[in-house]
Design a protein around this ligand. Structure first.
Ligand SMILES: [Zn+2]
Length: 94
């Protein structure tokens, strides 16, 4: 799956709609408006990173954003990074 910027695509489409109206090409403008409706209805997906805790002495760090904290037994139970939101289900768990 490739993620695209829905807002950027909508902006490009809006420019094309305005160009079509400027040329009095109302059929094409209508078709573009139909596409815009499909884009508006398309589901939004959340891209979420996957990582693991990396431990060095008394510090553990997120493998994705390098955010770190003192190692304690209870914080290794966190299944996500509080800083970047990465899901901690990768290999090499502490
Ligand atoms: Zn992180």
């Amino acid at each position: 799956m490739k993620l695209i910027d829905k807002d950027a695509l909508s902006m490009e489409l809006m420019n094309e709609v305005l160009n079509a109206y400027a040329k009095a090409d109302f059929r094409f403008a209508h078709a573009l408006n139909v596409f815009q409706g499909l884009i508006d209805k398309a589901p939004t997906v959340e891209e979420r990173k996957h990582g693991h805790w990396v431990r060095h002495n008394n510090i553990i760090a997120c493998s994705e954003c390098i955010w770190d904290m003192y190692w304690e037994e209870r914080n290794t139970e966190l299944n996500y990074c509080p800083n970047c939101g990465a899901i901690m289900d990768g290999d090499e768990n502490v």
